[in-house]
Write a protein of this length. Structure first.
Length: 217
């Protein structure tokens, strides 16, 4: 039993490590975007591979936990929730890499507007991911539910960005190409928020045994 408990502690440590990796990749992605920095964009693409490696490590650890002994219901929920959560965390890494690829294309010409709301979205989704994993570790149901509600802020920012970009296109059709690229950046951050909500909903399941349908595939 002690060996099983140590493995559970190791799972928590790996989940925190993956969460920290997600925080880093979102931060560097945002910096690359703001500074139009190709080198940072390539760094993000490399970091995404390390996120994938962590996902595989945690998957292997979860399988060991399942095979070590027959977990009680609460431990089984914890392990199965972790397996679901890391899938969403890995997809957040994918979204960051997608943004980084757009940054590379956007790096050669000045922005059509100062970036204000997109960095705010990045900050918001980072908070959501960190707090959802923290809720998992602490088994904090209230915090998990707060993460789910916080997604409204990300959605509102996305709508604001979309409106601003449409206005810029209407003012000058030459803005259209870059506006569409920036829209896709905002869309990737919006999807990141959805993945954070998925993570929080799996935290709720790990604590209560109840789960809503996942929001996105």
């Amino acid at each position: 039993m002690l060996k099983f408990d140590r493995k559970l502690e190791q799972l928590n440590e790996k989940m925190l490590e993956m969460s920290a990796g997600i925080e880093d990749i979102i931060s560097i992605t945002t910096q690359a975007l703001i500074n139009q920095n190709k080198e940072q964009a390539y760094e993000v693409i490399a970091l995404e591979r390390s996120i994938n490696n962590l996902e595989r490590e945690i998957e292997a650890l979860c399988m060991k936990l399942l095979l070590l002994q027959q977990p009680v219901a609460s431990d089984l929920r914890t392990i199965s929730s972790a397996l679901k959560m890391i899938t969403d965390m890995e997809r957040i890494g994918d979204q960051a890499a997608d943004i980084a690829e757009l940054v590379i294309y956007l790096s050669d010409e000045p922005y059509i507007k100062k970036l204000v709301h997109i960095p705010q979205m990045a900050q918001a989704v980072t908070k959501m991911v960190n707090e959802s994993v923290s809720a998992f570790i602490k088994k904090d149901l209230k915090l998990a539910k707060e993460v789910i509600k916080y997604d409204d802020i990300v959605d509102d920012l996305f709508c604001t960005i979309k409106g601003d970009l449409i206005e810029l296109i209407l003012k000058d059709k030459n803005n259209a190409t870059q506006a569409l690229d920036l829209f896709m950046v905002a869309k990737y951050f919006e999807r990141t928020g959805d993945h954070a909500v998925n993570i929080a909903e799996w935290v709720v399941f790990s604590i209560t045994g109840e789960h809503k349908n996942e929001r996105i595939v």
